[in-house]
Design a protein around this ligand. Structure first.
Ligand SMILES: [Fe+2]
Length: 186
């Protein structure tokens, strides 16, 4: 499973930024919060692009239903707490404007084909949109809304990382072409 070390390293970087954001928020250091938030947005984008390139674009659609108990548990959670709807709810609270998070062209095919991979992809979209809204509204949004939106973001990011490490990466490793997995070792 040779894609794991590099993806795991990116997850650790994201967790580190999250910890820094939590400290900034506790200290009410909004300037530093904004700086770290911009870094986190960049790291999220890099990581999601890497997962798309290394994993999602190489995953056979047949086989994605074969998740184990962790996947089933997370699937139910996902269906009762759709991350895009929640992100749109918090973005509206932060900005005062109704927002629909757009699906970029690069991943639209997964949504039109109703792929199982829309589950992590929807989380990626929600995380990116919410981080951007926090970044843009840190000075003007009411602090209690910022606080709740930030804690929702933290929960969603931690859940996404845990799901990928305990379900998605393991499942993909078992269904991807052996030749492709071998090629990653070179
Ligand atoms: Fe990830």
């Amino acid at each position: 499973m040779d894609y794991v070390p590099q993806l795991k390293q990116q997850h650790e970087i994201l967790v580190d930024y999250l910890d820094q954001l939590k400290s900034c928020w506790k200290e009410k250091n909004l300037l530093q919060f904004k700086i770290v938030c911009a870094q986190l947005i960049g790291a999220l984008r890099d990581h999601h692009d890497r997962e798309l390139e290394l994993l999602f674009s190489k995953a056979p659609e047949r086989g994605l239903q074969q998740g184990g108990p962790f996947c089933s548990y997370y699937f139910e959670f996902f269906m009762t707490n759709r991350p895009l709807k929640a992100a749109e709810y918090w973005i509206k609270k932060l900005t005062g404007k109704a927002t629909i998070v757009q699906v970029p062209d690069a991943i639209n095919i997964y949504f039109t084909n109703n792929s199982q991979l829309t589950i992590p992809l929807e989380e990626h979209l929600a995380l990116g949109a919410l981080a951007q809204a926090l970044f843009e509204n840190i000075e003007q949004a009411p602090s209690e809304i910022l606080s709740e939106a930030f804690y929702y973001f933290e929960d969603l990011l931690k859940l996404n990382l845990k799901k990928e490490e305990s379900c998605l990466w393991v499942l993909l490793q078992s269904i991807m072409e052996p030749q492709y997995l071998l090629s990653l070792r070179k």
